[in-house]
Write a protein that binds this ligand. Structure first.
Ligand code: ZN
Length: 332
């Protein structure tokens, strides 16, 4: 649409001199017809990548002869502007390369499918949900399995990380084409390497109990630019394997473990419109990223928030050391 309209403007400028020979009214009629045809075709040919619309304008005569002018309008669509998922923060050596960035919410996500592939081949039993657990955030879900069970990719994507990570044990991170990343942790065996392209349902490793894990299970995280999203907000973990909505808005509520309890199923109401998502902005907390030399005292003073409230809000102790890049919620 925009490209088509943009081209019309360029064409208009290019042929302005020639069209000046025509009556002004005819010039506008021709441009209007071209615009309408372009708009109509842009709407009806959604899957095209290299389509173009050729419009033959009426012949006209100038001092140098008679001309039949043809204009060509390239019709670009969403698919033509393919996003290179390896272009941004593609680091195969760290679990989270987005440590110093803040992702703003609400965020619109799109899926091209209505289902995902179950990461395990048996019935999915969730032993721990996304949410607050033992005074800290559990930012994924735990799916029961037996060591050695095959684990597969839930959606098409490219392996960004496939190695041992502190706490997570043997871990595979797959980046998907809508920008999401899925993390598969505590694996007993990693079956892929970074930069491998995976189809949904394709084997990536064996489930296990490596890293900080008590008992064999799959810790599955879903994140966008380093911010973990409540997996059950996007995916239905029943046997349906349904993606809750092909268009979905992720709000802050679904990216903060403290809004949820790992022992309970959170009630999911999927936000499908921008208006509803924007309404949630009012309740969005301010974030602060810890910089070199920061102390809790400095941060609390600068943000007009007592140290005890800052600690309580972020579930940290006054004595716990701050890490550079750590994200602190300033107010809820
Ligand atoms: Zn877990």
């Amino acid at each position: 649409m925009y490209q088509a309209n943009g081209t019309i403007i360029i064409i208009y400028l290019r042929f302005k001199t020639l069209l000046d020979y025509l009556f002004p009214s005819m010039k506008y009629i021709l441009l209007s017809i071209a615009f309408l045809c372009g708009t109509l075709l842009a709407y009806t040919q959604n899957d095209s990548i290299s389509n173009s619309l050729k419009i033959e304008l009426q012949s006209y005569t100038t001092k140098t002869g008679t001309f039949i002018e043809t204009v060509e309008i390239p019709l670009l669509t969403k698919k033509a502007v393919a996003i290179d998922i390896k272009a941004d923060h593609w680091d195969t050596t760290v679990h989270n390369p987005y440590i110093n960035t803040v992702q703003l919410f609400p965020l619109e996500l799109n899926f091209t499918d209505s289902t995902y592939a179950s990461p395990v081949s048996h019935k999915k039993v969730i032993t721990s949900h996304y949410g607050w657990r033992n005074g800290r955030g559990h930012k994924g879900i735990d799916i029961d399995l037996v060591t050695g069970d095959s684990v597969v990719a839930i959606l098409d994507g490219i392996v960004r990380f496939a190695r041992y990570a502190n706490g997570f044990g043997n871990t595979v991170v797959v980046r998907h084409y809508n920008g999401l990343e899925s993390t598969y942790a505590h694996l007993s065996h990693i079956g892929v390497k970074a930069n491998d392209t995976l189809a949904r349902g394709q084997y990536l490793g064996k489930g296990g109990n490596t890293g900080n894990s008590r008992g064999s299970h799959l810790h599955l995280e879903i994140s966008y630019k380093g911010e973990q999203i409540h997996p059950e907000y996007l995916f239905d973990f029943s046997s349906k394997n349904a993606i809750r909505s092909e268009q979905v808005w992720v709000t802050q509520k679904w990216t903060h473990a403290r809004y949820h309890n790992s022992r309970r199923v959170s009630k999911v109401t999927v936000i499908k419109s921008a208006d509803e998502a924007l309404a949630s902005l009012a309740a969005q907390p301010k974030m602060y990223i810890v910089k070199k030399g920061d102390t809790l005292y400095d941060i609390s003073r600068r943000n007009n928030m007592s140290i005890s409230r800052l600690c309580k809000t972020n579930a940290i102790k006054q004595s716990s050391p701050l890490k550079i890049g750590q994200k602190l919620v300033l107010e809820l």
